[in-house]
Design a protein around this ligand. Structure first.
Ligand code: SAH
Ligand code: SF4
Ligand code: F3S
Length: 481
């Protein structure tokens, strides 16, 4: 791994090969940042703001890693010299938040003319968005998309050199560039991309259009990355992909997700393994077996349902029926009794009727989800569902409230089952409300708050689950289980 190539002279042509090329541009950016810093008589601040899912959050850590190497001081404050919004477009409200926050950045830029503003991520893969920004948000300095994020250093250098808006959006890519710098948010846990893109084309979903076709990383690269993270203090990893169950199918030497998990399970020093997301249609018996045998794989499975109606599932192009989903959930609960199952549900998909929502509620009651994210269907331009007949807003709202109530009742009942147990929690943070408390996460993803010293952050401790407060617990540290 060549993390710090010796760049003798920036007058030389930039290397053609990656990641060496990007290290060349990081050095180039460093010199700009340095001279600007001297000119202004202070260090330059940079903020990376994330709007999306865990995959976006991981990308943001890569952006932060490059900015840090380029000499910026990282801050969470948007009143900075460089601000980058890593955007999401899965639902329209994600887009609206970006436009709202951009207005605020414009006012900050008027006060600090040296400020540079960049936009990247899923939203930028949509032509209409880029057109709108060019027209109405011309104060933005740099725009790029999801496929060329590895070129961030190069684009940043172009931005410093150019006097006008730099735009670089790719339609797709088959490239995966390894070994670029990353600045992790937590020292003890980390997301790891195992694959990029999605081939499923669920009819409501924009992700395949903005993230491109499915590409898996080589298992050797994944293992090597996790080993180096463990050496750096990481005890928990979250393996990330839109559909981890189809991992490895298209590699030169195909390997299943379950086989990858077996390899990761062997990494010494690694204590916990999580993953998301699992598409129900591809969840194998082999995966259930590996989860059952492993002491490190967490007792949590996120298994998006989307709808409990076979008719709607069919229109959604999910490729499973209500009965198949129920049978799968039942098998998982039977094989791994202490597992928590969580899900995503969409309400108001085109053509959804009251009877369809009743089917969804029926599944929620039968599976007894430990938690569920419920979303109101959002029409995404270019997806097949956008051309279907939409459900009136008030019908959607009523259905949503009805579902939410069942989801919350079920989740509360599930949480209550843990009362009185003593389970291991990874200490993640000092409690936000009361600094004498710590916040930890159980293997099954339940949150527990308990008294303790902040020196325990990053450690796994046994916690007695004393009081169930709806979805989370108040507990006490116990010595030895
Ligand atoms: N790859 C994951 C989901 C990624 S998007 C999977 O297949 O499960 C996360 C969630 O957003 C989805 O599970 C879905 O519930 C929701 N979602 C996606 N597109 C949506 C849309 N157009 N409107 C509302 N919710 C949507
Ligand atoms: Fe979207 Fe479906 Fe792919 Fe998930 S599996 S990202 S919901 S298309
Ligand atoms: Fe959003 Fe892109 Fe993730 S659209 S949900 S940030 S893959």
């Amino acid at each position: 791994m060549n993390m710090n190539p010796d760049i003798k002279s920036l007058n030389q042509e930039p290397p053609k090969k990656e990641p060496e090329r990007q290290y060349y541009f990081i050095e180039k950016c460093r010199r700009y940042v340095n001279s600007e810093s001297i000119r202004l008589g202070r260090t330059l601040n940079a903020a990376v703001v994330n709007f999306g899912c865990q995959m976006n959050a991981r990308d943001s850590e890569k952006l932060a890693g490059i900015l840090e190497k380029a000499g910026f001081n990282l801050t969470e404050n948007e009143d900075a010299d460089f601000v980058i919004f890593n955007t999401c477009t899965v639902r329209d409200n994600a887009n609206q938040r970006v436009y709202g926050r951009l207005g605020h950045l414009n006012s900050l830029k008027k006060k600090n003319p040296a400020m540079k503003i960049a936009l990247c991520g899923c939203m930028m893969q949509e032509n209409s968005v880029v057109e709108k920004i060019k027209k109405s948000y011309s104060f933005v300095d740099l725009i790029f998309g999801t496929h060329n994020i590895y070129k961030f250093a190069e684009l940043l250098a172009n931005m410093f050199e150019s006097g006008s808006m730099v735009i670089d959006i790719w339609e797709d890519t088959d490239q995966i560039v390894e070994d670029l710098p990353v600045e992790r948010k937590y020292p003890f846990k980390s997301g790891i991309n195992i694959m990029f893109g999605c081939n499923n084309f669920c009819s409501y979903c924009i992700v395949p259009y903005v993230r491109g076709r499915e590409r898996s990383r080589n298992p050797e690269d994944i293992i090597r990355e996790i080993e180096s993270l463990v050496a750096d203090g990481v005890v928990e990893v979250m393996l990330l992909g839109q559909n981890v169950n189809s991992y490895g199918k298209n590699l030169e030497n195909p390997i299943s997700f379950a086989q990858l998990l077996r390899k990761i399970d062997k990494i010494e020093g690694l204590k916990r393994i999580r993953f998301m997301t699992s598409h129900p249609k591809d969840l194998s018996d082999e995966l259930i077996q590996v989860m059952k045998e492993s002491k490190k794989i967490c007792r949590h499975l996120h298994l998006p349902l989307q709808s409990g109606s076979t008719r709607i599932l069919n229109a959604m192009n999910r490729r499973y029926t209500k009965e198949q989903y129920l049978a799968l959930a039942e098998k998982i609960r039977r094989e791994i009794p202490d597992i928590a199952i969580t899900t995503d549900i969409i309400v108001g998909f085109p053509g959804e009727e009251i009877a369809d929502l009743d089917e969804t509620i029926d599944v929620v009651k039968k599976v007894k989800y430990d938690n569920a994210f419920t979303f109101i269907y959002s029409k995404r331009t270019g997806t097949p569902a956008a051309a279907m007949e939409q459900v009136p807003e008030h019908v959607v709202k009523e259905g949503f409230d009805r579902l939410l109530k069942v989801v919350q009742d079920t989740a509360r009942q599930q949480a209550f089952l843990l009362k009185g147990k003593t389970l291991e929690a990874l200490v993640e943070d000092v409690n936000e409300q009361d600094a004498s408390f710590l916040t930890g996460r159980l293997s099954n993803n339940t949150i527990v708050h308990f008294k303790g010293d902040k020196g325990l952050i990053g450690k796994i401790v046994p916690v007695y689950l004393k009081e169930c407060c709806g979805f989370y617990y108040l507990g006490e540290i116990r010595q030895g289980i």
